[in-house]
Design a protein around this ligand. Structure first.
Ligand code: URA
Length: 269
């Protein structure tokens, strides 16, 4: 092997030349020891199952038992998504990030995918985009803890640049592979209406591409009858030039205000 890399006559020029003879002499013995050792397991990687199937989600119709059923089902969902390898993203993320909020929230906000901080903390919208969303909700006096906040894709997709993990937009195929987890979340939480934050969420919730900049602030109806308010993703606002940010924020708040109106009206549209 070593002779393939460098002919023997040059070995004596190497600074580590004195180590070669004893290492070569013990090579066979060291290989046998390594083969005999049991395999190591990764420290935090979650083993995959075939499809990460969800455990039974039986629910009673009302009362504390129903709530317990929903909690159990959401926990099962977290567990199943942790093991999901239906697309390649899960292999590299720290963990899956499921939604957060009250079990029977009337509003469900859906983003794209967890970011770097969400991936580490295990909670959606806790990084810079989440802080912007919080500011908008505060302006509307809509308490975030009354809203169920989740993402279309449950794992963080990124590329490494040095030590930094840079967000990468999930492909349509990856978002489609994740869709059944989101559908299951909607089924469990039973919100009165949905808010799509950005194009990935809008496509996941409606099943077709929505030109978000043109259609923002409008309600769309899903095949199951649920209404979806479409608006920009808060990260899009963060990327805007400073002189446009204030107006963009006001527009974002205006869009989300429609969801608040829906809650105030007490009925779905
Ligand atoms: N962007 C998202 O779409 N979701 C998060 O949870 C964080 C950032």
């Amino acid at each position: 092997m070593m002779q393939k890399e460098m002919p023997r006559k040059y070995w004596h020029n190497l600074p580590e030349a004195s180590l070669i003879a004893p290492l070569a002499a013990r090579a066979m013995q060291r290989s046998s020891m390594m083969i005999a050792q049991p395999a190591t397991t990764p420290l935090r990687r979650i083993p995959a199952t075939a499809t990460g199937t969800l455990a039974a989600t039986a629910m009673t119709p009302t009362g504390p038992q129903a709530a317990r059923g929903v909690i159990g089902s959401l926990l099962a969902l977290k567990d199943a998504t942790m093991r999901c390898r239906e697309c390649p993203i899960g292999e590299h993320a720290t963990q899956s990030v499921m939604g957060h909020g009250p079990l029977k929230a009337r509003l469900m906000f859906v983003g794209e995918q967890p970011g770097d901080q969400e991936d580490l903390r295990g909670q959606p919208f806790t990084g810079p985009a989440g802080q912007l969303l919080d500011r908008a909700l505060e302006k509307l006096q809509l308490p975030r803890d009354g809203i169920y906040v989740t993402n279309a894709v449950k794992h963080f997709k990124f590329e490494l640049r040095g030590k930094r993990r840079i967000h990468k937009t999930p492909t349509q195929r990856e978002a489609a592979a994740c869709l059944h987890w989101l559908d299951e979340e909607i089924r469990l939480v039973q919100p009165a209406a949905l808010v799509a934050l950005g194009a990935t969420a809008a496509r996941a919730l409606l099943g077709y591409a929505v030109p978000v900049t043109a259609e923002r602030g409008k309600w769309f109806r899903r095949a199951d009858g649920l209404q979806v308010l479409v608006t920009l993703h808060p990260s899009a606002l963060l990327r805007m030039p400073p002189e446009e940010k204030e107006e963009a924020f006001d527009d974002f708040v205006r869009d989300l205000g429609q969801a608040r109106e829906l809650l105030r009206a007490g009925t779905s549209l």
